[in-house]
Design a binder for this molecule. Structure first.
Ligand code: SAH
Length: 359
């Protein structure tokens, strides 16, 4: 087992089982051994690849999306441009380059990056001038444009199983040898069970439910911000448009599925995002929600094909192929086009943002 696995086993031995949320938070964010804390996990040689690493067009279109929203907001200066979990900073570099075509926008921007990983902060600082924060709540108040790509799927979830006796929280304990981490059902539901979406409360016996309090809290904070100071957020991730039952916790290592409890700290851990639950939190805070729409249709509405043609014009045959492959990967229904979704949280005084008008 990994060093963090041994640490957690010792913790459980002395203090008892931990929730899945605590397990996920430790696996990803433990200051010494957490998966994101020590490494750059992205790209070919890493464990997974994300949309901005596949094609520069992804970040460019989101930069233009922000620039258009900024114009609709009445060109506030300054405006906080915020990214949650910027990874290598690739999306933001591409977004800022494209946004320069809208006069005045980049001069008005104050860039804020919310990032917990020291390793990735260093990487981002090589490419971007920004202010870094540990939490969205620490970003100064004011008009805001926000992007979060594959951020919410990394936030800790609680899991529950429906039994004859009602909901039971799934916990992490130790197997009979006392060495291996293993999941089991707690004798009770736990306080977080109150957050199980209404739509899932009639799940069949044996069915499961997931709840992400950290995600709900951030969606609510974003909603409050845009409603009070003006602005919009684009949340892009993989998941369900409507709250759905199921166990979606998964580990990835070297681009392959890995055991969720096998090597905490050495594999990426994510869960499907429940967009409906995030939407409700943002709406309760006074914001309007648009979508979610499928990533493929969002990118097409923003002009991905047009941009690909323009980029291909002076490109070599090999580059043209790479551009086309990238577009296909981001938009095809059997790749990222359908599973990934885009949802906007926006000031209710603003019209539906670009890409959502038909949604
Ligand atoms: N958006 C990037 C990276 C996605 S990976 C891309 O699309 O390529 C997830 C990112 O979120 C990483 O930068 C990770 O360090 C960061 N992250 C995950 N959980 C976080 C948390 N609780 N607080 C702040 N940053 C977090």
């Amino acid at each position: 087992m990994s060093p963090l696995g041994k640490h957690l086993a010792a913790l459980i031995r002395s203090q008892g089982p931990i929730t899945i949320a605590r397990y996920m938070a430790e696996a990803l964010g433990n200051p010494r051994h957490g998966y994101y804390m020590t490494r750059d996990p992205l790209g070919q040689r890493g464990d997974f690849t994300t949309a901005p690493e596949i094609s520069q067009i992804f970040g460019e279109l989101l930069g233009l999306w922000c620039a258009i929203q900024w114009q609709r907001m009445g060109r506030p200066d300054p405006v906080h441009l915020v990214e949650l979990g910027p990874g290598r900073g690739t999306l933001m570099v591409d977004a800022l380059r494209a946004a320069r075509s809208v006069s005045g926008f980049t001069d008005a921007i104050q860039l804020h990056l919310v990032e917990m990983s020291p390793a990735l902060k260093t990487r981002q600082a090589e490419r971007l001038h920004a202010t870094w924060h540990d939490r969205f709540e620490d970003v100064p108040e004011g008009p805001v444009l926000l992007i979060a790509n594959e951020f919410f799927d990394a936030l800790p979830i609680h899991q529950f199983a429906r039994t004859e006796a009602g909901w039971r929280e799934r916990m992490v304990g130790l197997d009979e040898s006392g060495e291996q981490l293993t999941p089991f059902l707690a004798p009770g539901a736990g306080a977080t069970a109150a957050l199980i979406p209404q739509a899932l409360t009639s799940a069949p016996i044996g069915g499961s439910a997931e709840v992400c309090p950290a995600g709900l809290t951030i969606a609510e904070a974003i909603g409050r911000r845009v409603a009070r100071f003006g602005g919009s957020a684009a949340i892009i991730d993989y998941g369900h448009a409507l709250s759905a039952p199921g166990d979606t916790l998964q580990a990835l290592r070297g681009h392959r599925y890995h055991g969720v409890f096998q090597d905490p700290g050495q594999a990426d851990l994510t869960a499907h995002v429940d967009f409906q639950a995030l939407a409700r939190s943002a709406q309760e805070a006074g914001a309007a929600v648009h979508g979610p729409v499928e990533q493929g249709s969002f990118l097409r509405a923003l002009g991905i094909d047009h941009r690909a043609r323009a980029l291909s014009q002076n490109a070599s045959a090999k580059q043209r192929q790479a551009i086309a492959d990238g577009v296909a990967r981001l938009t095809s229904e059997d790749q990222m086009g359908r599973l990934f979704k885009v949802m906007a949280i926006s000031d209710p005084a603003l019209p539906a943002p670009e890409g959502f008008s038909l949604a």
